[in-house]
Design a binder for this molecule. Sequence first.
Ligand code: 4AD
Ligand code: MG
Length: 431
Amino acid sequence: MAAVRIEELNHLIGEEVEVQGWMTHFRSSGKIHFLMLRDGTGQVQAVIKAHDDLDPSGSNSWDGLEQESALRIHGLVRADRRAPSGVELDAQAVEVIAFSRDYPIQPKEHGVDFLMAHRHLWVRSPRQAAILRIRARIVHAVREFLDQNGFVLADPPIITPAAAEGTTTLFGIDYFGEPAFLSQSGQLYLEALAMALGRVYSFGPTFRAEKSKTRRHLTEFWMIEPEMAFCEFEESLVWQEQLLTHVVQDVLTYRQAELRQLERDTAVLQRVATPFPRITYDEALERLNQAGLALSWGEDLGAPHETALAEMFDRPVFVTHYPKAFKAFYMQPDPGRLEVVLAADLLAPEGYGEIIGGSQRIHDLDLLVARLRENEMNPDDYSWYLDLRRYGSVPHSGFGMGLERVVAWICGLEHVRETIPFARTLNRVWP
Ligand code: 4AD
Ligand code: MG
């Protein structure tokens, strides 16, 4: 008999099945044992009438059966309204595939450092599995939206010769004796690819030597980066809000059980609908001043500012037209006001901060060279990128959505470390 997955059991009521997985709990009340089994798709309780035939060890004792033992259970599926999965299994035979001894993660509170050091096992917990299932669904929804809207997946390199997002967070590597860097963003390459394919996107790992220890920063994170030729700033905002709305709707539709597992309050997700409010950086400063979080013009928003602004709206909010001084060299200045750039950050509700950063790109060669110099960057390091402005340069825009921050917000998590299978942070590259 082929084993079935636990998530399929509620379609198999009244049938005899075989399930296989790992035991999470075992308790006994005299003649009946209750065994909880998980297989990655769900959990089910098996009810076992204590009986020699069911003895897993052949020694008349269930004592050897500890948490995380791998089992195959043959039994009858029975509807049970009280069970989270809606079913229970009346076990007829239990076979031990592999024993587990002294599993380090017990059903009690463990510290975060302990759990992160045991991340290879922690991922087995239903909560962590729910997060990773939501992450996978978000990836699916992003790709579905972009693929259906004419964006071509085009992968930029991960080993790069120069910075894309400032030199302070570069991870250097020794490339056969030459210095090279792990990619901070595929954007510069995507600009080249947009001139070849029109609308493109990349979805891959990016790296930043972030010295900051915050709940939003990883040193290795995944970014979705769409780039569009013949696309100006405003249109790019529309793509962003449509993409994010599609993703949220998709997760609400297809990952209800996981959101429940995480006890996520979905009201805020349900409110996500286009258009998102847009405020300029100048308006943001005014609002912050009124809220007692004064900033002077030209200062960047910090986490408390982003949180305070986001709280003023019932859905994600764009902050636009930032001073060019603290934004990237490639951003197009506003033609009507050269000290600000046609850039936007999308701030998520509930203190999750910036989940998307994007802009229109400079398409004029001389202006781009001047901006590189102002940023103390060497135009020679970017000669190929400058070529894009020599051969049919057109207005174009793009943005980068940080997958882990989107996962953290949709799941309602404290920290991005739980949003990725094996987080890389300032003080952790293990396991
Ligand atoms: O705002 P950022 O730095 O923008 C860029 O890299 C652009 N080149 C993207 C583009 O236009 N193609 O990063 C984009 C997003 C941020 O909004 C944030 O969600 C995420 O990437 N991000 C991080 N996520 C986790 N850990 C970090 N250290 C992150 N840095 C940025
Ligand atoms: Mg940014």
